[in-house]
Design a protein around this ligand. Structure first.
Ligand code: AMP
Ligand code: MG
Length: 491
């Protein structure tokens, strides 16, 4: 029985399918109360989508729920157990500062995990304090919502509350709790955990649960567990291609941070690339560049191989056959990813049909951009609007030659120049959450309690393909002094 006040109704419509899984998969535990909750940011459109009442969420009782001081009716809070390969090394992990309240069933009948991040210690906290600081929670809010608007699968952010308590990081920071909304928090690391410490039956339970939750076509499949592997591979191939196409660097692609739903999760040290360089790394702890921009597809394949290994006992009774099935499926990832990337790059260049030489054309442009230190997002924007004078590439022999080849390539398709422009407009964002603008918004909010800068930024980021004149200011590049930009984990 809960000690907390339970808040009835108010739009919450929670189910607890995860809590019906074997007890080894999680620990039931309530959020640790905080002193003085205050609502900083509420995602009104997401709240509506979830069937929640905005007025109720903003009320004292609603904020108490978002702070973990009360529970909505139907919540069965739990910390999920998982393991993971962190920078290549296997470790036992689990929700160290997050709790799943339950699964909200939306008016449309969809199911979303509702998770509080920063809600206190759990048995998986190891040395951590179970808490989160305001700056990083607002940062996650901004970037995850920007990703959603860019059309990239992601967990979303419902609300940020401050706790009225301080957290100690490099300095003393205001504490905060973020409410996250995700298709689920099933990860590669969840399977690694059960494969390492669970029984054969538990592994099957987990695989069946994942199939039912995310891959409804499984009942027609000859081998449902091979189907699971193939579908997870397919979703990762789609996701990572989208990251590459917008220049998103996740920063900590450990297997515990790879969601089986195909959503982007775990916004820690992530950031968007400005200048095009495949070696770009922002995370202060990624000293070897394991998770560099250009390495993300390779790492995704590595992570999927770890996932496939956990499924071996389910794929076939004969071990050799199981390995063969897994290897064949994994081999498909590279090709799938590549097709998605190539299709996306063709669209970024306004190309509708396919020619063999397209890949060379694309790679040539990227290597010229690399050589001259061109901005990734703005180069494609400049090409979209034919404002070539705005790029550092103009006037270089390489670019002039490339441009001629591109123009002649465009003329070898039925679609008009105007259609190409339309395709480019919707394939090249006008703006991304540039690091210096995100930092500026966070500084105003955290240091000065001024949330207007963040609100304006969020508004601009919510229409990344609008290409409206008001957005122009957000495509201005950072000054040299803002380089190199560094990001941090576990904040
Ligand atoms: P991450 O790098 O965010 O994927 O986190 C790795 C692990 O550390 C996960 O198990 C987190 O739950 C845990 N963790 C991160 N920060 C904290 C914290 N402040 N308190 C407790 N656990 C944490
Ligand atoms: Mg994580």
């Amino acid at each position: 029985m809960t000690e907390k006040k339970v808040i009835i109704n108010k739009g919450w419509n929670l189910e607890n399918s995860y809590a019906r899984l074997p007890k080894t998969f999680y620990t039931s535990i309530e959020p640790t109360p905080v002193r003085a909750p205050s609502l900083i940011k509420l995602n009104q459109s997401l709240a509506k989508y979830l069937g929640l009442s905005i007025d109720e969420l903003q009320s004292e009782e609603g904020v108490a729920i978002l702070a973990g001081n009360s529970l909505p009716e139907g919540a069965l809070p739990l910390a999920q157990a998982y393991a993971g390969h962190q920078f290549g090394h296997f470790a036992m992990l689990g929700d160290g500062r997050a709790l799943l309240l339950g699964e909200q069933i939306t008016p449309k009948g969809e199911r979303f995990d509702i998770q509080l991040k920063g809600s206190g210690k759990t048995p998986y906290s190891r040395g951590g304090d179970g808490r989160a600081a305001l700056g990083p929670m607002l940062r996650e809010y901004i970037i995850s919502e920007a990703m959603h608007a860019l059309g990239i699968a992601t967990n979303r952010s419902l609300a940020v509350v401050t706790t009225g308590e301080s957290v100690i990081r490099e300095s003393v920071q205001p504490g905060a709790i973020l409410t996250r909304v995700a298709a689920s928090h099933l990860r590669v690391g969840t399977f690694e955990y059960v494969s390492q410490w669970g029984t054969a039956e538990e592994l099957r339970d987990l695989a069946d649960y994942t199939l039912q939750r995310h891959f409804p076509g499984f009942d027609g499949a000859k081998n449902p567990y091979l189907f699971l592997l193939q579908q997870v591979i397919k979703r990762q191939a789609t996701l990572i291609a989208k990251w590459q196409l917008v220049g998103f660097i996740h920063g900590v692609m450990n297997t515990d941070n790879i969601a089986l739903s195909g959503e982007t999760i775990d916004y820690g040290p992530c950031a968007f690339m400005d200048t095009y360089d495949p070696a770009t790394v922002f995370s202060s702890i990624d000293t070897q560049g394991r998770y560099a921009y250009g390495n993300q597809p390779h790492i995704a394949g590595w992570n999927l191989t770890r996932f496939a290994e956990t499924l071996l006992p389910l794929l076939h009774d004969d071990q050799e056959q199981a390995v063969k099935l897994a290897q064949d499926a994994i081999a498909g990832f590279t090709e799938l990813y590549h097709c998605n990337w190539l299709a996306g790059m063709r669209a970024k260049l306004g190309i509708y049909n396919e020619e063999k030489q397209d890949e060379t054309l694309i790679k040539d442009l990227l290597s010229i951009m690399h050589k001259y230190g061109a901005d990734y997002t703005n180069t494609f924007r400049t090409l979209t609007f034919d404002k070539l004078e705005n790029t550092v590439l103009v006037g270089t022999t390489e670019f002039e030659e490339w441009n001629k080849l591109w123009q002649s390539r465009l003329s070898r398709q039925e679609e008009s120049k105007a259609s190409s422009h339309q395709l480019m407009r919707k394939s090249n964002p006008a703006l991304i959450p540039r690091n210096h603008r995100v930092e500026e918004a966070l500084e105003a909010a955290v240091k000065h309690g001024d949330f207007k800068v963040m609100e304006r930024l969020l508004d601009a980021l919510s229409h990344p393909y609008a290409h409206s004149p008001e957005q122009d200011e957000y495509s201005v590049l950072p000054s040299q002094s803002a380089h190199p930009y560094r990001t941090f984990c576990g904040t």
